[in-house]
Design a protein around this ligand. Structure first.
Ligand code: GAP
Length: 457
């Protein structure tokens, strides 16, 4: 993990937020290559979920919603984590994480008293991760994860004007269910997909971008008749598993986890877990949410959110199957899977990040062999200018060729093109493959076709 974190910063993928001010816990910024990777992840998800499914449409709803949305959704009352405080160093920490680190499982549905009892019974095993103090913790309190802000200046009182930053993107989908139904030709079953920011007041900042306070979700809500729900729930679980294989993730690093203890909205829940550097943890949640959400919003808004099927002459509240994954967790899984330290023999090593071609931030790097030979630089620039409108390219004339290859290997660029003295004679260039390190000569005229084929999704 340490290697990945330091590489992420050194190579411009992930920066800790507000670093010049000493940092800001559990908030991170994506650097120049990180934003390319995150954009490619989102593009890929959108293509698979929206573009390739004629019964799924997209949406982009606001982060701010009417405060009642969060009452109806159950988040105001039920969206909390158990918080404990170390009496010695005053670090605040999730009690379930304290127990988990000691090998004791705490159930999501446990009451404060039950967790306190578990902490008490296991006093000698439970340790503060910061100061090492054993078993000396405050009583556990439920800590709501919704992040508050305030909007407008209507009453002048902070509490009365306060609103929530959305804790999950799907609520924006539910409250627009009728709008989508009325403005498109979709019929049940159909899905609505959205990518957007979500905010949670996570108690413990740890595990890098795995648990952020501001993060991005890619969620799809599939609206369906209850009779078809179970079958389609299975189908979506299979589809989402395949999605990760198609993304180039190694299957041995994925596993299923079925929730025994369900969050308040779910009737059945499965996670796809990824083998992160700190072990198998949730990457994506696939939930069967029944008609809970649309029913709640119907009740709280007073608006009828049922669906009328004219063929069957049946009116009902649709059930929902949800697929929900974080951009940031996908990012961390993709990096972990692609990050390789290869032994080249003779004590030589190379760090290479083997992103799949569709996710690589930079697709092609173009070099003149020497930077002080204008003929080479001009030719290399001409190739760069031609390719850059179709592919994300980088021009580099800094340092020797070996160093430039190493730099591109470290940011995961699949191909490097070098203009050398032979290019001036016969208009061919050296094409170097990141994974095999093989080099071949290819005519400049063929580059465009070659890359079109290589980078067609
Ligand atoms: N709408 C359902 C929902 O939000 P969730 O299991 O709480 O369910 C879904 O979150 C996904 O969002 C997770 O599987 C994870 O990929 C991502 N996620 C949740 N909390 C996160 C956090 N604090 N930081 C980064 N990603 C997070």
């Amino acid at each position: 993990m340490k290697k990945i974190v330091s590489w992420s910063k050194r190579r411009g993928f992930v920066f800790p937020s507000s670093e010049i001010y000493g940092g800001f816990s559990a908030v991170y910024d994506y650097g120049p290559y990180g934003v390319e990777l995150a954009n490619n992840i989102k593009k890929n998800w959108w293509k698979r979920m929206v573009q390739e499914n004629e019964n799924i449409v997209g949406l982009d709803t606001s982060i701010f919603m009417h405060p009642k949305v969060w009452e109806a959704s159950g988040h105001v009352d039920g969206f909390s984590d158990p918080l404990a405080e170390c009496k010695q160093c005053h670090t605040r920490i999730r009690a379930d994480h304290l127990l988990e680190d000691a090998g004791i499982f705490a159930d999501e549905k446990m009451t404060e008293e039950e967790i306190n009892q578990l902490l008490d019974e296991n006093k000698d095993k439970i340790k503060c991760p910061k100061c090492g103090n054993k078993g000396n913790f405050s009583k556990v309190k439920k800590f709501n994860l919704l992040v508050k802000s305030n909007l407008g200046n209507f009453t002048g009182e902070w509490e009365k004007d306060s609103v929530y930053l959305r804790g999950e993107t799907c609520q924006g989908i539910y409250i627009n269910f009728k709008n989508v139904l009325d403005s498109t030709r979709q019929k049940i079953p159909f899905g609505i997909a959205q990518i957007g920011k979500a905010f949670r007041n996570e108690i413990t900042a740890r595990q890098f971008i795995f648990r952020k306070r501001e993060f991005e979700q890619m969620e799809m809500q599939y609206f369906i008749h209850s009779e078809m729900a179970k079958k389609n729930y299975k189908k979506w679980r299979e589809k989402r598993w395949q999605y990760y294989l198609d993304l180039g993730i190694q299957e041995k690093n994925l596993k299923w986890h079925q929730h025994e203890n369900l969050v308040f909205y779910a009737q059945e829940a499965w996670d796809i877990e990824y083998n992160f550097p700190f072990g198998f943890k949730e990457l994506e949640g696939i939930h069967y949410r029944t008609d809970y959400d649309l029913k709640q919003h119907s009740q709280f808004s007073g608006k009828d959110l049922s669906y009328y099927d004219p063929q069957k002459n049946e009116k009902y509240i649709p059930h929902v199957i949800e697929t929900s994954v974080g951009v940031d967790r996908t990012f961390l899984a993709v990096i972990t899977d692609a990050f390789k330290e290869e032994d080249l023999g003779d004590g030589k090593k190379r760090l290479v990040v083997k992103f799949s071609k569709s996710l690589a931030p930079i697709k092609i790097a173009i070099f003149p062999l020497l930077k002080n030979k204008p003929e080479l630089v001009q030719k290399a620039r001409a190739i760069y200018n031609k390719l850059k409108s179709k592919f994300m390219c980088e021009f580099d004339d800094n340092g020797n060729i070996g160093k430039r290859y190493r730099r591109q290997d470290e940011i995961g660029t699949p191909y490097c093109v070098t203009v050398d003295f032979d290019t001036l004679k016969n208009d061919t260039v050296t094409l170097r493959d990141r994974d095999t390190m093989q080099q071949e000569r290819i005519s400049i005229d063929q580059l465009d076709d070659f890359f079109q084929k290589e980078f067609s999704d």
